[in-house]
Design a protein around this ligand. Structure first.
Ligand SMILES: CC(C)(COP(=O)(O)OP(=O)(O)OC[C@H]1O[C@@H](n2cnc3c(N)ncnc32)[C@H](O)[C@@H]1OP(=O)(O)O)[C@@H](O)C(=O)NCCC(=O)NCCS
Length: 188
C-alpha cells in the first residue's frame, strides 16, 4: 500500500539541480547544510547529530543546489528496523532557503528520500513537526502522511509536535495501528 500523492509541481526553478549528498565532499557541503538547518529549525543540533545521520545514511540525504552550487534546500533521513520490527524510515531534518519557498523544492526533496526508502523496502516512514508548522504539515499531508500522535512539549523550546507516518505497506499500517491517537482522526 502506498499513499503517495502530490507529485512535485512543474514550476521548480530550472536552474536548480537535485542530488544525493556525496559523502566524499563533506567539507564542501556539511557547513552549508548546518547553516541552512540551524537558521530554520528550532532544535540546536550538534555536529555529532549531523555526522550520525550522514555517516550512516548519507545516501538518504538529498540537496538542491543553484547554478553556483549554493545550497538551497536539504533533507536528511535514515532507515533502520524499528525496535526489531518494521523497517522504518525517518525524516530527521528538512529546510529550504526562505526566498525559494513555495516552489515545490521541499516536496521534490522529500519525494526523493521516500523513493529511495521504498526501493530499500521501507514499511513506513515517520517524522515529527512542530504543531504550529503549517507549511510542513501541509506538505507532508499532501504526500500521504497521516498524523499519528501529539507529543507534548517535544522540543527543547517547549513546543509540542505531531508525529506523522506514511505507511508504505498494508502490514505496517495494521501492525502500528495502536500508534493512532483516537482523539485525532487521520488527516490525509
Ligand atoms: C517547510 C519547508 C521545508 C517547505 O519548503 P518549500 O520548498 O516551501 O515546500 P513546497 O513548496 O514543496 O510545499 C510547501 C507547501 O506548504 C504550503 N505553505 C507554505 N507556506 C505556508 C503557510 N505559511 N501556510 C500554509 N501553507 C503554506 C505551500 O503552499 C505548499 O503547499 P501546496 O503545494 O499544497 O500549495 C520550508 O517552509 C522551510 O524550510 N521551513 C523552515 C524549516 C522547517 O520548518 N522544516 C520542516 C521541519 S519538519
Amino acid at each position: 500500500m502506498s499513499h503517495l500523492t502530490g507529485l512535485a509541481p512543474s514550476d521548480l526553478p530550472s536552474e536548480l539541480r537535485f542530488l544525493q549528498y556525496p559523502s566524499s565532499k563533506e567539507s564542501t557541503y556539511l557547513p552549508a547544510i548546518r547553516q541552512l538547518i540551524s537558521n530554520d529549525l528550532s532544535e540546536p543540533y550538534s555536529i555529532c547529530v549531523y555526522r550520525y545521520f550522514l555517516y550512516q545514511w548519507g545516501d538518504l540525504c538529498f540537496m538542491a543546489l543553484d547554478a553556483d552550487d549554493k545550497l538551497i534546500g536539504v533533507v536528511i533521513s535514515k532507515l533502520e528496523a524499528h525496535r526489531g520490527g518494521p523497517m522504518r524510515g525517518y525524516i530527521a531534518m528538512l529546510a529550504v532557503r526562505e526566498e525559494y519557498r513555495g516552489k515545490g523544492i521541499a516536496t521534490r526533496l522529500v519525494r526523493m528520500a521516500i523513493d529511495i526508502m521504498i526501493e530499500r523496502d521501507a514499511d513506513e516512514i515517520a517524522l515529527e513537526t512542530e504543531v504550529t508548522n503549517t507549511a510542513a504539515m501541509k506538505l507532508y499531508e499532501r504526500l500521504g502522511f497521516l498524523r499519528s500522535k501529539r507529543l507534548h512539549r517535544y522540543y527543547l523550546n517547549g513546543n509540542s509536535a505531531f508525529r506523522f507516518v506514511l505507511y508504505i505497506k498494508e502490514s505496517a499500517a495494521t501492525l502500528r495501528y495502536e500508534d493512532y491517537d483516537p482523539e485525532l482522526p487521520p488527516s490525509a
